[in-house]
Write a protein of this length. Structure first.
Length: 484
């Protein structure tokens, strides 16, 4: 390996609160511009911010879930800069006293491998407004302040990620936790989760970090991967030719799959941070901390472990089932109706997930109850796996339960020996040569016989009974051949 890549991620997650960070304005998505605003979040003179307690609850929740230390006393700071989307001329943030520090996430690298990625800090800050540029190219921009002062958490990883795949695994895990905890919907398409990527290269064995470039505001997992791959190539080319990587902020151009220089660090702002004099210091009492701790739900890692131990699932299946809370909840809801952990997992991860690919996440077209009932029908021998897929297909477009569909469509298994028996006899009569081969030791002919009956019955023959009838009929023929 010529170079080692060092990656650190700064993720902004929009908190799932009803109101903004310092005022009572609603936090909504895609409202008409400038409806959810008031003098406080517009930064008009003379107003005072009042901290939203729910924000602190959510920040603590995430901090506990990622094993951070929770800072019990902290102050908010003003980060000063001028930009049209920031009416106060400063952003209220946490600077030297973040609420959470020193935690970690465990990421899944496939094939049972995991890696622990350190979290340096998690701090609270307010979002800025949104500039809307004229699409006709006219020199005109409008500002929507609905997003102004919406609460964010910034989650800063340690520079412990080494590949684009690890970075994506980290983001998947973080998004899973944010959603599990109800801290954020973390929908990247809606801008509720945004990611800045720090990338640098160094020679293997070198302990000092190389000069890094920061890629701002990447908004999909795929783009994060592509941006890192491009940045690796670009920096390697510079270093290979004896050049120096410039410390700068870059943008990812998704249409071209490349990163572009946005501004060099020399021009970067000096933010002149200082404690916000309008806000009293934040103090988190023991009771407050315990109350939040009590409200924590089971997290993906713990749930995964439980699925492996209690349900006997493979680590791989358990990982897929627990990555998103919705999927894990669905699974457990189905098991509550029919407890068949492996088969329900197979159907959920196979047929159901294939049909549930909403961009916003898991959107199952069939409720847990109907999937569980379908599995119960298979296990009860009423239908075969093949027929079950057909029933599942019908469920996608109707509200009928699987049992009703089986009745209505006449799909129930033929489990009557008086029906199957004669069919077996007839088949073996007409296949005398293959029967001989079977009796001569070619036992895999069994599959051929089963296949023929299944074809004849449209897959409805009860597999267990069919096998039994075939075996009996064949051994009868074997006995009489010997007796001859
Ligand atoms: Zn407001």
């Amino acid at each position: 390996m010529e170079f080692e890549t060092v990656i650190g991620l700064e993720v902004h997650a929009q908190l799932k609160t009803r109101s903004k960070l310092f005022c009572g304005c609603a936090v909504r998505f895609a409202e008409e511009p400038n409806r959810d605003v008031c003098p406080v979040c517009l930064g008009l003179p003379g107003v005072l911010p009042v901290l939203n307690r729910a924000v602190i609850d959510l920040a603590i929740r995430l901090g506990l879930a990622t094993r951070c230390d929770i800072r019990r006393k902290s102050r908010f700071a003003r980060k000063n800069y001028f930009y049209p989307d920031l009416p106060k001329g400063y952003q209220i943030s946490q600077f030297s006293q973040p609420i959470c520090e020193g935690g970690f996430l465990e990421i899944d690298l496939g094939e049972g491998q995991t890696k622990r990625i350190g979290i340096e800090r998690i701090h609270i800050e307010e979002d800025a407004g949104k500039l809307l540029h004229d699409e006709t190219g006219a020199p005109l921009s409008r500002i929507d302040f609905n997003r102004g002062s919406v609460p964010l958490l910034e989650i800063v990883s340690r520079p412990e990620l080494r590949t684009a795949e690890e970075a994506k695994a980290y983001l998947r895990r973080l998004r899973g936790i944010l959603r599990y905890l109800g801290v954020s919907d973390a929908d990247m398409e809606k801008g509720q989760m945004r990611c800045d990527i720090n990338v640098s290269l160094r020679r293997p064995g070198q302990s000092a970090f190389g000069t890094r470039a920061e890629i701002k505001n990447v908004n999909s997992f795929r783009f994060v991967g592509l941006a890192i791959l491009h940045e690796e190539k670009r920096q390697a080319r510079i270093l290979r030719h004896g050049g120096q990587v410039v410390q700068e902020t870059r943008l990812f151009d998704s249409a071209r799959g490349i990163t572009l220089s946005m501004r060099s660090k020399e021009e970067a702002h000096d933010y002149r941070y200082f404690p916000d004099p309008d806000l009293v210091p934040l103090e988190i009492s023991d009771e407050w901390l315990e109350r939040v701790r009590d409200s924590l739900v089971e997290l993906p890692d713990a749930r995964k472990k439980r699925f492996v131990e209690e349900m006997g699932l493979s680590a791989y299946d358990a990982e897929l089932l627990t990555r998103e809370r919705d999927i894990a909840d669905y699974y457990e809801a189905a098991l509550a109706i029919h407890r068949s952990p492996k088969m329900v997992a197979n159907w959920l991860l196979g047929e159901l997930l294939r049909e549930s690919k909403g961009e916003g996440g898991f959107d199952p077209p069939v409720e847990p109850r109907r999937l569980a009932e379908l599995v119960a029908l298979i296990e009860g021998g009423l239908i075969s796996g093949k027929i079950a897929r057909k029933v599942f297909g019908i469920m996608l477009t109707s509200d009928l339960g699987p049992r009703r569909i089986v009745e209505k469509e006449g799909l129930s298994a033929i489990a009557d020996p008086n029906k199957l028996g004669p069919m077996v006899e007839e088949l073996l009569e007409s296949e005398a040569r293959n029967v001989e081969q079977y009796l001569a030791g070619k036992t895999r002919m069994m599959g051929f016989f089963v296949g023929r009956i299944m074809k004849e019955t449209g897959g409805r023959a009860d597999p267990k009974l069919l096998n039994e009838l075939l075996r009996k009929a064949l051994s009868r023929r074997g006995d009489s051949a010997q007796g001859r």
